[in-house]
Unconditional design. Sequence first.
Length: 189
Amino acid sequence: MDKIDHKLLKDCINRKSEAEYQLYKLCYSYLMSICIRYTRNENRAKEVLNMGFHRILKNLKLYRENEVPFKSWVRRVMINTLINEFRKEKVHYSNVLYVENYYETSSYSEINEAVERLDIETIYALIAKLPQMNQQIFNLYYIDGYKHREIAELLNINENTSKWYLTVAKDKLRVMINEMDLIAKKVEG
């Protein structure tokens, strides 16, 4: 999907429905994987994917092939759509906690060792169990590679608050992984 046919894009810009459908089929699985990471159910993921794809088609004329790979561009549009939808829900605003005195420590490296023992489906399942704001920030930081400053701007929160939510997410994941280890040890022993 990195290289999309220029003619296909041009036909989409010219609103040819057959080309739009072909582009949708080409992008569907990639975009759906992004949406599933950020939503809590498949129906909501499909709904947001369609909103995001509509934005992709609407803004396709702004895409510059020689500046950025198509896959990166559609990913950015989809993530922005997901964040906008997240903001609309406004549920998280009542739960936002501003933490000004945050200091990173090296004690969080154990989670990396534990994650190495798990398969990808299990990791995604555990991430999906996190509270929505923690899940959102965990995905943005670790999976999509955003910096805390960028996350803070996207979610309209303080940079330290982003760090706090990420720390809480890692703590909760560590607890879930430890619980899985205890269950596995009981089954083995």
